[in-house]
Design a protein around this ligand. Structure first.
Ligand code: HEM
Length: 122
C-alpha cells in the first residue's frame, strides 16, 4: 500500500485529464484553448511524475510487470499522437478519436493490473 501511495498524485492527475478531456470534447470544435492546454499539460505532468515514481519503485521487476508497463507506454504514445493529430486536423478524425477513446481504457486496465503486481511483489 505504501508503494501505491507514491502514485496518488499521478492518479489524481489522470482523473483530471479525463475530466478535462470530456469537457474539451463537450465544448466542441474549434477546441477551447485553455481546456486543450490544461488537458495536454496535465497529461505531460502525469506521465513525467508516473515515470519518476516507477523508476524509483522498480528494482527487480518481473516480466509481466514490464510487459504491462510497455503496453502503458504505447497507450501514452498513442494518446499524445492521436491528440496532436486531432488538434492539427490531420489524418482521419474519426480514427484518431477512436484511438483516443480506446487507449485510456487499455491504459487504465494495464495500470490497475500493474498496481496489483507492485503490491504483491513488495
Ligand atoms: C494520458 C493522456 C491522455 C488521456 C488519458 C486523454 C483522454 C481523453 C479523453 C477521455 C477525451 C474525451 C474523448 C471523448 O469525447 O470520448 C479526450 C479528448 C481530447 N484529447 Fe485527450 N487524453 C490524453 C492526452 C492528450 C494529449 C497529449 C492531447 C494533445 C496533444 C490530447 C488531445 C485531446 C483532444 C483534442 C480531445 C478532444 C477530442 C474531440 O472530441 O474532438 N489528449 N482525451
Amino acid at each position: 500500500m505504501e508503494t501505491l501511495a507514491k502514485f496518488t498524485l499521478p492518479a489524481v492527475l489522470l482523473a483530471l485529464i479525463l475530466v478535462f478531456g470530456f469537457w474539451l470534447s463537450y465544448a466542441g470544435k474549434p477546441y477551447h484553448g485553455i481546456l486543450f492546454n490544461l488537458h495536454k499539460l496535465l497529461a505531460l505532468g502525469a506521465v513525467v511524475l508516473a515515470g519518476i515514481q516507477f523508476s524509483k519503485t522498480l528494482h527487480a521487476p518481473d516480466g509481466l510487470l514490464v510487459a504491462l508497463l510497455a503496453v502503458s507506454a504505447l497507450c501514452v504514445i498513442a494518446l499524445f499522437v492521436s491528440g496532436a493529430l486531432m488538434s492539427a486536423g490531420k489524418l482521419d478524425y474519426v480514427l484518431m478519436l477512436s484511438i483516443h477513446r480506446v487507449a485510456p481504457v487499455v491504459l487504465g486496465i494495464a495500470l490497475v493490473w500493474s498496481g496489483f503486481l507492485l503490491v504483491r511483489l513488495r
